[in-house]
Structures are given as C-alpha cells and as structure tokens.
Write a protein that binds this ligand. Structure first.
Ligand SMILES: Cc1cc2nc3c(=O)[nH]c(=O)nc-3n(C[C@H](O)[C@H](O)[C@H](O)COP(=O)(O)OP(=O)(O)OC[C@H]3O[C@@H](n4cnc5c(N)ncnc54)[C@H](O)[C@@H]3O)c2cc1C
Length: 451
C-alpha cells in the first residue's frame, strides 16, 4: 500500500468525511508549530490519530504513550480461536508509524494526568507535558453484574477473549480441548459494547470449524437481548450453513428458500424474551443459570461481561456514568479542556463501539486539533462505520453507516438514507464477495491505522 500524504488525507476528508479540503491547509501561518500532541493508547484510535496528526501537520511533535510494546488487534482474533489465523497475524508493531511519520512512542503506563498543569505521570516515574492530549484507552469490564462471575473467573474457567491477548490464547486452549460432542456457551454482553456483531461472528466462525473438527458439537448463545446487529443476515446464513431454525419473529423479509432443519442445528440462539438472560454462573461445575431457572452445562463458556470506559478514563475524571462525554463537533472532553476522548471510551451516540468508529473519530480529532492550534474554527463533523462479518469463509455480511451531528439534539445520528445491511435476497456470489471484501477491508484498515 502506498504511504498516504497530506494531500491524500485532505482528499479523504473532502470525499469520505464530507469535510471540505479547506478544513486543513498546509502549515503556513501556523502559530504553534512546535506544539506537542500526546496520545494515550496506541490502539486503533490512538495510532490512527497519531498518524493523521503528522499527515495533517508534520511540524507537530506527536507522542504516543502505550502500555504494551506491540498491539494485538481484536479484529481477526476470533479467527485465532478457530486456527484460521495465528497469534502473530493479530500482532502489530509500531515500526511503520515511527519510521514513516516520525511518531514518537513511550512504552509506559499512564497513572495520572493533571488537566490544569497539562502534565502526565507515568508508572516509571517519568512525567510528560502536552499542549493537546488525545485519550483512546479502549475499555474495561464490569465484573460484578452476574452472581458467581468475577475477574478471577474470567482469567480461568470462563474467559471473555474480548481484549485480544492472553485471553484469546486461554479461550483457544479450552476450545481445542473441548470434546468432539461438546457444548460451547457464548454469553454476549448488554449494549453498549465493543463490536456489536462480534459475538455472533465468533459463533459463526466456530461453527464452521466445528463442522470439520467437532461435527457433533453445539454452540448455545444465551442473550439478554431480543436482537443484535445484522441479526437477520446472520440467521439466514446460519440457516443455510448450520441448520439453524430461524425464529418466527425474525422471518419478515426472509427469502422463500429457507431450510427447515430436520433436527436441531449446530447453533442455537436464546433471546432475552425466551429466557436467554444469564443470572448466575457456576465455574465449579461449568454451568450457567438463566432467568427462567434453567441450569445448562457448557464444556467451554465464553462469558463476555458488560463494559465501561477504560480505568484511566475514570481516574482522569473524564467519565459521566460509564463513558466519557465529548463535544460532538471536536471530540474534546466535556469535562476537561484540551483533552480529546476517542474510541470505545467516548460517548458517540448512534456510532457503534468499533475499530472503524475509533479510526473515524481519530481523523476528526486530528483535524480539529490542528485547526484549534492554528486558531481556526472547527469544521462540520462527519463520521462513518463499516463492519464486515463472516458467517463462514465464503459467506460475508456487512453493515455500513454514515453519521452526522444533529444540531437540534446535539447528538450523533445516522445520516438518513445512507448505508445499510447486506440484503436478505442477496445471491450466493454477493455473499461470497462480502467475504472477500472483509479480507480486503482488514488489510487496508490495519494499513490505514498503523501502516
Ligand atoms: C472479537 C472482536 C472482533 C472485532 N472486530 C472488529 C471489526 O471487524 N471491525 C471493527 O471496526 N472493530 C472490531 N472490533 C472492535 C475494535 O477492536 C475496538 O472497537 C477498537 O479496538 C477500539 O479502539 P480504541 O482505540 O478505543 O481501543 P484499543 O484498540 O483497545 O486501544 C486501547 C489502547 O490503550 C492502551 N492503554 C489503556 N490504558 C492505558 C494506560 N493507562 N497507559 C497506557 N496505555 C493504555 C491499551 O494498552 C491499548 O493498546 C472487534 C472487537 C472484538 C473484541
């Protein structure tokens, strides 16, 4: 992939984000050319912001403070569970951002930030000052929502694998060791959470792998929700590929060629209305108990807990409730000046918590910070999100949306009549192409954020 330059960024902004190319002009007249922009978190949001700040103004000093020397991306991590991808495949280094754009990296953990003095304290004892600060620390989990569940349970018998890393490897070992006729239970979290289609894509990819490696295995999804992102598109794929019986209430708009499975298929989804909410887990006998009182055994239990902004966001007093409110035009924190919050931790209304959203918010924050440093007004914001998911290696589904600011409510809303979900009457070739687009998206997205 060719290295983007300032011109291509401006072109992207003009076309992709509906921000005029007047949004950023070359650095002439820039009053504060030595400004130091610091970014906490070298994940998807933080890395993208660093790169696009340098593309927008190469005279800026941009430093990323990141706890880990390498990033393990979540997108593609369910493929590590199935063996379709390796752990190395989801490991990203910061070499390109350093070499191609001159982004500086400090591998350390931020323990405190003083918004008055604009100083950052690191675990190592070092301090760093900033002119503008971007915070993209991802998220953390709420451990105490379900009886019997805890962080210790997640680190042992019931991993979440919702942050790629050790958890991914732990869950993979458990799946590999599952008996051929075993039962895997997946418990998706309540909204809002990172990657809304993610638990269902994970179920799909595991079913594909089980078909060849553990053909008598079952996947039970216990959901407290009555629907999920692209649910009909997923269910149609599950019906075609895994013998799934589509519930009556999801049949509207389905094509005529629905299979009627002779016996129960490999995937079963229990909705909230049908008692899918899990109220208790018992790690000692590997069971979950539903709100209807049914206790079900799983050989593997992938419990994905409720989520909230990352701990650092709470420590920095950036939160209201579980997430960080921001000025929707600029992504600047509503609580502290000169600090911008992007990615999973921020409140972005209709935008899902996804890597794509974090990338889109990062580009907006980069533009607005550069303009702010130059004494220019912010430009009108726009954002986008596309999520590709695979039902199997050759069957993809997607959802695409454009977002805009609704001035009346000051909320980010879906732009009417833009975007959409894969049609239910798509041809086989269409779904095959969607799977190929997913592959292409992944490669390009990683290059755009980290390359
Ligand atoms: C299974 C799965 C599949 C997914 N698939 C997709 C997909 O297909 N498409 C998509 O768009 N999204 C996908 N996502 C979602 C995506 O991974 C996240 O939404 C995205 O990574 C959020 O970016 P972020 O910058 O907010 O946080 P992260 O990418 O999590 O980055 C946060 C970084 O901050 C660092 N950090 C935190 N606290 C500190 C501190 N105190 N000091 C220093 N560093 C700190 C962390 O180490 C981390 O590197 C998926 C997620 C999962 C779980």
């Amino acid at each position: 992939m060719t290295k983007p330059n300032r011109r291509s960024f401006l072109k992207f902004l003009a076309v992709g984000s509906a921000i005029s190319s007047a949004g950023l002009s070359p650095a002439k007249g820039f009053a504060q050319s030595s400004a130091h922009v610091v970014i906490i978190g070298g994940g998807t949001g933080g890395a993208t912001a660093a790169k696009y700040l340098k593309i927008g103004d190469e005279t800026l000093r941009v430093t990323v403070i990141e706890a880990n020397p390498q990033y393990r991306r979540c997108y593609g991590s369910s493929e590590v569970l199935t063996g379709a991808a390796s752990y190395d495949d989801i490991t990203i280094t910061y070499d390109s951002l350093k070499a191609n754009y001159g982004v500086e990296f400090l591998i350390d953990t931020v323990v405190a930030v003083d918004p008055q003095t604009q100083m950052i304290n690191l675990k190592s004892g070092e301090t760093v000052s900033y002119d503008r600060l971007i915070v993209s620390p991802g998220l953390d989990f709420i451990w105490d929502g379900t009886e019997g569940y805890s962080e210790a349970v997640a680190q042992g018998p019931m991993p979440h694998a919702w942050k790629a890393g050790e958890q991914t490897l732990l869950l993979k070992r458990q799946i590999d060791a599952m008996p051929e006729d075993g039962t895997m239970i997946i418990v998706p979290p309540p909204d809002p959470y990172r990657c809304p289609p993610g638990p269902y894509e994970r179920a799909s990819l595991l079913a594909e792998m089980f078909q060849t490696q553990k053909p008598r295995a079952k996947i039970l999804i216990f959901d407290l929700k009555d629907g999920f992102a692209m649910d009909q598109a997923f269910m149609l794929g599950w019906n075609r590929l895994y013998g799934y019986q589509i519930p009556e209430e999801k049949m509207t708009g389905m094509p005529d060629d629905i299979n009627t499975p002779a016996e129960q298929g490999m995937i079963d989804w229990v909705s909230g209305s049908n008692g899918g909410k899990i109220v208790q887990v018992n790690p000692s006998d590997m069971t979950v108990t539903t709100q209807l009182g049914d206790t079900v055994h799983g050989d593997v239990i992938n419990f994905i807990p409720p989520q909230k902004a990352a701990k650092l966001a709470f420590d920095m007093d950036l939160t209201e409730g579980n997430w960080c409110p921001v000025n929707r035009v600029t992504m600047e924190s509503s609580r502290h000046k000169n600090i911008y919050v992007i990615g999973d931790s921020c409140i972005a209304d209709a935008m899902p918590k996804s890597g794509f959203s974090a990338n889109s918010q990062a580009k907006l924050a980069a533009v607005q910070i550069i303009r702010n440093l130059r004494g220019q007004d912010p430009v009108e914001p726009a954002w986008s999100n596309v999520c590709f998911s695979r039902v199997n290696d050759e069957y993809g589904v997607s959802i695409a949306d454009i977002f805009e600011l609704d001035r009346a409510t000051n909320k980010i809303i879906l732009t009417p009549n833009a975007g959409g979900v894969s049609p239910l009457n798509a041809s086989h070739q269409f779904n095959r192409m969607e799977a190929l687009y997913q592959e292409a998206w992944l490669e390009n997205f990683v290059a755009d954020s980290f390359g």
